[in-house]
Ligand binder design. Sequence first.
Ligand code: UDP
Length: 374
Amino acid sequence: MSKDILIIGAGISGSVLAERYAAQGKKVLMLEKRNHIGGNCYDYIDENGILISKYGAHLFHTNDEEVWEYVNRFSNWYKWEHKVLARVGNQLVPIPVNINTVNRIFNLNLTTKKEMKMWLDLNRIPFKNPKNGKETVLNKIGEKLYEKMFKYYTKKQWDKYPEELNAAVLDRIPVRLNKDDRYFTDKYQALPENGYTKIFEKMLSHKNIEIHLNTDYFDVRNTLPKFEKVFYTGPIDQFFDFKYSIKDKLEYRSIHFEFETLNKKYFQNNSVINYPGPEVNFTRIIEYKHFGNQISDKTTIVREYSTADGEPYYPVLNEKNLRLYKLYQQEAKKHPDIHFVGRLANYKYFNMDEAFKNALNLFYALQTQTLKTL
Ligand code: UDP
C-alpha cells in the first residue's frame, strides 16, 4: 500500500499528526525506533501491579481549551493537582517556594501575603532583566533559598550551574506569596484514567496508520519511497548527520532511571521528592503508586540521575546551544517538504500540552496552506 505521509517518531507530536492525517483519509506510515509507541510518555503496569512511566513522571496541565478538548477525545481524565516536596536538610518543604517553605526552613511564622512579600523583599537580590538562571532565582527568592534549593539541583540536572543556563529554564518555577503548594496552577491538571499508553493506542488505532516499531529511520532512510509530506520528530542534529557539530555538539540531557521494588506499602509520603542538595547524586525520587492512589502491597520507586549520554530528553538551553541549533534550523528551512516538530526537532523545552498544541497548530497551518493552493 503506498503512503501519503511519513512520520518519524511515535511520541506526542508524531501521534497527533498521524491521528489528524489518518482522520482526513491520508495513509500514514509511522517509524519508531523503540519497541513501543508513546515516546517518553510510555507507561505500563509493572510486576507490582503499579502503573509506572518508563521515562519519568508525566504530569499533564494546561490552560488551553483546544488541547484539553483534544486529549479528552482519547481518554477519561481524573483531576490530579501535582505537589512536590524538596528535602532541605532534615526537612521536607514544598516547592515552588511558598509561605510554608520559608517558615519551615527558617523557623518563622509568616502568615499573610504581605509578610511573605516583606520577607522576599529583605532577601531577594533584584535584577531588572535577569540574564541567566541564577539571576532569575536570586531576583525571586535571594541567595539563601537559591543555595538550598536551586544551585546544586540545577548542577545535577544539567551539569551546569544556573548562571550557565538561560533565564527561562529556572523561570519555570514560580514563587508564591500564599500557601498554595501545587506545582502548577493551570485550569486543567489531570492524569489519564488508564495511563498515557492507552491514549496513544487509541490515537493510532486507525486503519490508515501503519506503525513499524524497532525501526530506526536512519537505517532505512535510503530505501524509502517519496511521500507527500514527511514529519521528523527526532533530534535535529542527527537528521543532518551532525554536520555543524564539529567542535561542539548540540547538547541534550538524558536521565538514568534506577528502579527499585520495596516490600512495604510506602517509601515516602509524596509522589515526588526532590533532592536539591549536593549530598546525593540523584535529583529526585518518584513513588508511582501515589499517582491516582494506587493499591499494592509493594511499592516501586525510581531514583533519577541526569546524564549527558543516553536517549536525549531535554534540550540544554543556553546561548551556545541555541546558536548551534539555529544553524540546523537554517538547514531545515532548505527542506520545505520535511517538517521538524517536537521537543527534539525544535530544540524546545515543551511541556506536554505545548507538544500537543504545537503539532495541532502545524497540522492546521498545513491544511490552510493546502486549501489556499487548491
Ligand atoms: N529546579 C531546581 N530545584 C528543584 C526543582 C527545579 O533547581 O527542586 C530547577 C532545575 O534547574 C530544573 C528547572 O528548575 O531543571 C525546571 O524544573 P522542572 O520541575 O520544570 O523540571 P522538569 O520537571 O521538566 O524536569
